[in-house]
Every structure is written in C-alpha cells, then in structure tokens.
Design a protein around this ligand. Sequence first.
Ligand code: ATP
Length: 614
Amino acid sequence: MKFKQFATILESLEKSSSRNEMTEILAGFLQKLEPDEIKPVMYMLTGRIAPRFIPLEFNFSTKLLLRAIEKASGKGILEIETLMAKKGDIGLVASEIKSQMPQKQEELSIGEVFQLLFELASLEGVGSQTAKIEVFERLFKGADPLSIKYVARMIVGKLRLGLNDKTILDSLSWAGFSDKSYRGQLDYAYGVRADIGDIAELVLQRKFKKLERIMVEPGTPVASKLVEREKSVEAVFERIPESIVQPKYDGLRLQIHYSRAGFDDIHQVHQNQAIGQKPPSLQFDLGKTESRKRDIVRIFSRNMEPLTDMFPDVVAEVEKKEDELPGSFVLDAEAIGTDPETGKYIPFQETIQRKRKYGIKEKSQSVPVKVYVFDILYLGKEDISQKPLLSRLDALKDLIKKNFSSSRILKLSESNELKDLKTLQKYFAKYLEDGLEGLIAKNPQSKYLPGTRNYDWIKLKANIDSKLIDTIDAVVLGYYHGRGARAKHGVGAFLVGVYNEKTEKFETIAKVGSGIKDEDWEGIMERIKGLEIEKIPENAEVKKELMPDVILRPEIVVVVEADEISKSKLHTAGQDKDGVGYSLRFPRLKEWDRADKDPEDVTKVSEVEKLLVN
Ligand code: ATP
C-alpha cells in the first residue's frame, strides 16, 4: 500500500476529536493492511519505528530538519525559516514546500517509508548528521505533500495524533471481531506482552488461539501488577487473613529481563521482515549488528519504558553470572538508593536522579542502588506468572540464593507468611522504624495479573498528618501566573486533574502552589516548555471559573499530598448532577514529574473516594 493512503488516515485521525470516530477510522484501515505492513503501521501510529520499550530514536532536531528541507528542496534557508516562524509546525512547513515542487507519480509505499525511517534512526556517530539529511532527502523526494507532513512530524517526535493505547486496542477489537467485546482479552494480551505490533499481527491475521494463550516473553515488558490501598492493619488483615507480607520499598519499580541466548535485536528483526524490499540504492550500512553488544539484560520501568541504560551496575551484576544462570528469567523488583556513608535508604526523588542522561556512571557510584526482588514471572523456559505467588516466591528464593547470595546489588525481598493480626502489626511497626514506607500484603494464592489493581496486593503506608491513606497522582492541566514570591517564575499555582474512567477525561481536583522548592523551579519551567496549548483539550474538563492562564497538554504526572478530600463546585472530578466535584484540601506538591507514569496512570476518580480514612 502507498504511504499516501496511510497519511490520509493520519489526517482523519488528527482532525477527529471523537474517540469512537477515531476507532472506526482506524479499524477500517487496519483491516486493509497486508501482513507485512501491520507492524510498521502500528509503530508509526505511535510516532516511532519500534515498540515503545526499544530505545530506537530518530535524534533529529527541528533545526536539522530545516536544513534537510533546504537541501532536499533547493530553497533558501531564510525562506524556510520564515515559513517556520509563520506556521510554527515543521510538518506544515515540509508539506507546503513539497507542494511547490514538481510532483512525481511514483510514490513511496508504507514499507519503503518505514525502511527509510528505520535507516534514519539507525544512523549514529561521526558523519551521521549528513547521512540523516540524505535519507530525509529521499523521503522528501518520494513522498507527496500530505505524507511528508506526517513524516516530518514523526522525525522530530511531534506526531501527536491524540491516539492512546486504549483507542488503538479498541480499533483492533473492531478490526478483528467487529465490536468492542474483545477489549478485555486484548487488554490482558497487551499486558502480558506490551508490543502493540505483535498483538496487532495476532488479531489481524486471525490467530485468535495464540492470542488467548499468550505468554510472557523475556525481552518484552509485562504490565506491572498494581496494588490496592487500605487504611489500617486491621483492614488489611480482614481482606487477607493469611498473607505474605513484604516491606514496601520507596524506590523505582524495575522489571529485569534476562536471556542467555540474547534478545532479538530490533535491527535484525526488521531486516529479516519483508517490509518491502530493501531499495537497491540503499547506501548506508545498517549492518552494525555485529559491533553492537549482545543484548542479554533489559530493564523496564513501571510504564514499560526502557531503563537499561540507567542501571549499568544492575546489568553488570547479572552479566557477571551469565554462565551459571538458567536460560532466562523475568523479575519484578524495586530499586532503592542508599547513602554510601550511612547505608541508609534515600528518597525516591534522589534515586530517580539517575535517570538524567549524563553522569550515569558517576551517579551509580554516588547513589549506589540495591534492587529488592519481590516476584518472578518467567524462569528457564517457562512462564510461571500464573502459578500461585507462594510457589513463585519459592522459585525466586532458589534463583537468588543460588546465584546472587553474595551480591551487593541484587537482594531477595523479605517475605513473611503471616496468619495473625498481632504479627502483622509488629511487622508494620518494624518496617516504619527501619525507614521503609510501610508494607505490602499479598494473597499467597494469587496469580500475577498484568496491569490489574485489586486486593491481591494491598499497600499500607504510614499517614502521619493527613486523613488520606495515600498521595494522589495527578496530571498537570495548566498554571496561573503568580503574585508575590513565586511570580518571578511566572507561575503561582498549577491546575491538576485526576482521570475519570467513565467520562474518559481528566477532571480537575486541585490548584496546587505550595510544596515547590526554590531549587526545583528551573527544572519545572524547562519541563513545561513547549506543552502550551490554546484551549482545553477534548480529553479534559475544566470549569470556566478555574480556566488557567496557560493551558498545558496533559502530559506531566505529579504527586500531590493533601489533608482531606472535600467537595467543590469549582472542580470537575467526579462531579454530580449539580456540578459538585471532589477537591483536595490543603494540597501540596510532593513530587514533580513522575516520568515512570503515563497520564492515564494517574489516580482514578473511583479511587479518590476510597482514599479517605473514615
Ligand atoms: P501505584 O503503582 O499503585 O499506582 P505508586 O506508583 O504511587 O502507585 P505506591 O503507591 O508507592 O506506588 O505503591 C505501589 C508501588 O510500590 C509499586 O509499583 C512498587 O514500585 C512499589 N513496591 C515497593 N515494594 C514492593 C513490594 N514488596 N511489592 C510490590 N510493590 C512494591
């Protein structure tokens, strides 16, 4: 199929503001794809050429793209830059310039565009900028004005179709089964194997049996199992009288995948696929696979993004044992920073500082981590995620004892089988004394159900001066200009929202201005740059009275602490027929930018009510 047909669909999706309509448009298109076009299309829909968990980026700045357009079109850079200043969108610029060129009949196919984009992303190192410009030239020459608009946006990471995983899964259900009834099944399958290309292939090629029996596959992230909350030791005990209790470490969730044989290299995968024949004139050497290091350890975050590069020490620890380890495994764990001098745990924020791209090596020395492994989903050649927790923990104990008993990094999480309330109380008190966040009680018979939040796992935290049992994760929807001390940054307070699963919208719950430290402002202002939008997006609900001075694309997730939940006519969170919604009393910002959470992962309206102690 020609890429132009895909571009027409992208345009319809961009123009549509109704989720149902988007689902319909996409489902109809997906049904028409050839088998070898499925994966390329699925990845390109997300603005990428690989699943989200593979760190393969274009690394192409807008500035470089302007130069590439200059070279490809022969127009003067001044003219192009003026157009950019006028349009403010690189896609529109590329498209307009292309429409001024003589049009060719021969247009690139989906496979060819994908191949060229893949080549572009694969170029790295000395001379790669020139080579990237040359690949773009070929895209520009072979694409029509509409196609180049989307290609250009994709390359600079600004495709932004307003399409989320949910809509994509709905479309797959429609494309494969003519209704939404398979959404539950698809959610599960996507949770077990978070590769949208894989799932789409199974559905669209009608391999339904395989879909039903989908297994964990080392190398591909599994949606993390989530935990419910309870307000007291008694309440936890009532829910799970016989439980396995583990400490609740306040760190960063890590899913550690290992395969002695090595994971399929994405470069090999794509080259082996018949995604259109490699054009004969392809001049750049993609064969870097030989020099590329064999990929045997992969680490993913809670929202299934790659974290491997952030934890070289953990990778090395596993690699060191390569010869003795079983064929493969998948572990669920929490990384927590420790102070090298005192050996004490340090807060989550400092642990996450490692995420900074630079200085990872130095940071891993100044903030050494310990990784507490609390579950195992795959061992040897077997998916054991559906075995009861008790037997998974036996397998885990074995693995760690045999291979990592002397490790200073990889540790087995403590697990205690408890049957009475008193002992549960004792452990809770002890964990708090040890500087931990609280406990997690787990049902010994429970299976690992990816991405689900239910009472199989319950967290209990100490809530010192709040009537709420937990903090709230919220998405930033905009800000107000401030007065007084904060005015120098131009921000007085942020408007934040939670997610309503019924209305499928972000709804406002608080205006939060306190809790921000002076030294954090620079990073905050940097992060919100470029997220400004003109009006409240379709997926958010804000009352006129609370309209922020600057509206932001719902992207940044923050953690908010509050004293209580009250009701307010100003807020839309879970509002009743009289327009009264939930609001937070005395909200303060506890953490800015939880990068390991996606906006849809914020606290749900249905959870808000349950947060009150009484
Ligand atoms: P959630 O993940 O529930 O949306 P959150 O990210 O704000 O919320 P918490 O409220 O801190 O996290 O509680 C759940 C998290 O606790 C898990 O995602 C995991 O990162 C962490 N955790 C720490 N210790 C354990 C443990 N023993 N078992 C499971 N999770 C643990």
